[in-house]
Design a protein around this ligand. Structure first.
Ligand code: MTE
Ligand code: MO
Length: 262
């Protein structure tokens, strides 16, 4: 009997000891992890902001992480990988309109439109829509995705960017790292990494659902780049240029991911 009682007492003590031990572990973990978190936050808070201009002045380490993510995805990005296609019958008839930055002037006349292609400091091509329509037309029906959280199957037609490069003798330019595009009034502008611009599904589009583009969708010419979110799909392209530095990008300046790839 006595042995049993002793054993019971011993067990109770053990439970108490265990509780103490757990308390000790909990509090130590709390202070060590909490301290590390506070230290990490302080480090981030005191970290310098990245250079102003190209992006929205996020703390450098955060932006560094984002750019590393970009590098990772750029490395696995392949122009052999094409986005999923749909039959034209699945394309939306009522195509969503989103964003009118740089295309909201009431008295805009698309007939006076010309596309400026800046080859270098001395040479700029001026192209008409007729010049572009001489090239083969490519149609694409795919799921268009906006960062705001909506997507829609849409049908676009136009000139493949790679066909455009080849036809207008821009091979030299296409060896640079970036393409910049902007609206005729320069109010909306985007920068693209060259790999994505040269992706076989990237189009300079002048048709939607087999009809000429409407003004609100970017007439007379817009970009359709299925490997990027909507923000990079510039409506009403006025000028195209090439560079080895990141061109200015409207939404990147507001803090959105410069790459914005899918
Ligand atoms: N010029 C210009 N292009 C633009 C925008 C804009 O505001 N202005 N918005 C972008 C965004 S955020 C999206 S989602 C798509 C929407 O294209 P849609 O209006 O043809 O659907 O256009 C992109 N291109
Ligand atoms: Mo968007």
């Amino acid at each position: 009997m006595a042995t049993v009682n002793n054993k019971k007492k011993k067990q109770e003590l053990t439970v108490e000891q265990r509780i103490n031990r757990r308390n000790f572990i909990s509090f130590t973990t709390f202070f060590v992890v909490g301290g590390a978190m506070f230290g990490g936050w302080k480090w981030l808070f005191n970290a310098p902001e990245e250079a102003e201009g190209i992006t929205a002045g996020a703390r450098k380490p955060l932006r560094r992480a984002l750019n590393k993510t970009e590098l990772f995805f750029r490395r696995i990005f392949s122009n052999d990988h094409e986005v999923k296609l749909y039959p034209p019958s699945m394309a939306a008839k009522e195509v969503r309109v989103n964003g009118d930055i740089g295309i909201d002037d009431e008295d805009y006349n698309p007939d006076s439109w010309q596309l400026s292609v800046v080859k270098n400091k001395k040479e700029t091509l001026q192209l008409s829509l007729a010049d572009l329509k001489k090239l083969p037309k490519t149609d694409i029906v795919f799921d268009f995705k906006c960062v705001e959280g909506w997507d829609q199957i849409q049908h676009w037609g136009g000139v493949k960017f790679t066909d455009f490069i080849a036809h207008f003798g821009l091979q030299q330019q296409a060896r640079m790292k970036y393409v910049g595009m902007e609206t005729p009034n320069s109010e909306y502008y985007i920068g693209l990494d060259m790999e994505s611009a040269l992706h076989p599904q990237t189009l300079l589009a002048y048709e939607m659902n087999g009809q000429p583009l409407e003004l609100e969708h970017g007439a007379p010419l817009r970009l359709i780049i299925p490997v990027k979110y909507g923000i990079k799909n510039l409506k009403r392209i006025g000028a195209i240029s090439f560079s080895n530095e990141r061109p200015p990008d409207y939404w990147a300046e507001q803090g959105y991911d410069y790459y914005s790839g899918l």
